[in-house]
Design a protein. Structure first.
Length: 251
């Protein structure tokens, strides 16, 4: 983690941002160290640093905008989603969304998943058409699962059930409480006696573990490579997909 800390500090220094070394080190604890630069930027933005926020706006908002355009999202919805994203990232009531970034994927992949998921949700609500082909073309990060298309539906169901059963008891409970019971991160934090950031990370870790298990199951049973499996997994309504699974799965 010390190498990731030094890299994050070096990156921030390079863009003119200074943060508290000890606080950043503590924040990095428990997060993946693969994308240290992105983690450093997320930390500084979450703390309200204006220089970091301007760098993020210049560098990453265009990435989110291109993802929406590539998915064929209506321009009005895209503008609304980008405005929503800024509010969620920097000033949402539950705390900056940046604090939920784990560093397992790069910041661009994380943002693409968030904005496309939200845009598809809004488009469906407004009964606007977003083609599955366009949505499936967006890179699928670890934190997202939805429905498997076409003839592989039954195998996808088996993959979810098998992967869910392989999770820890706490992970299964977190998914049930989050997606079936609708408990917020704040409520889960109080329930487990942990900080809300810790609760958010545990829910995210459970989702990622489930996603990893589904991919491995499909690769093994369908004899497909990583890219082929990802092509079968589409971004969509994660809550609906998991809720359907959890209602049928015991334990």
């Amino acid at each position: 983690m010390s190498a990731a800390l030094e890299q994050a500090l070096g990156f921030l220094s390079g863009i003119g941002v200074t943060v508290d070394r000890a606080a950043l080190s503590k924040w990095l604890s428990g997060r993946a160290s693969t994308h240290a630069d992105d983690l450093g930027l997320a930390y500084a933005c979450a703390r309200g640093d204006e220089v970091a926020a301007r760098h993020f706006e210049r560098t990453w908002i265009p990435v989110a905008a291109r993802a929406l355009q590539k998915a064929g999202i209506d321009a009005t919805i895209s503008d609304d989603v980008l405005s929503w994203l800024r509010a969620e990232l920097f000033a949402r009531d539950q705390g900056p969304l940046f604090d939920t970034y784990s560093g397992r994927s790069d910041l661009g992949g994380w943002l693409r998943a968030i904005v496309v998921h939200e845009a598809v949700r809004r488009a469906k609500k407004q009964r606007l058409e977003v083609t599955p082909e366009a949505v499936a073309d967006i890179p699928v990060p670890d934190i997202e699962l939805s429905a498997l298309r076409g003839a592989y539906g039954p195998e996808f169901t088996k993959a979810i059930a098998s992967s869910f059963a392989a999770l820890t008891v706490e992970q299964r409970n977190l998914l049930r409480q989050s997606f079936l019971d609708g408990l917020s991160i704040d409520v889960l934090a109080k329930l487990y006696g942990v900080h809300r950031a810790t609760a958010a990370r545990r829910v995210q870790a459970a989702r990622e573990a489930l996603a990893d298990g589904v991919r491995e199951h499909l690769k093994a049973t369908l004899k497909l490579g990583d890219s082929s499996v990802d092509e079968l997994i589409t971004l969509g309504n994660l809550e609906q997909s998991l809720s359907g699974l959890l209602r049928k799965t015991n334990g």
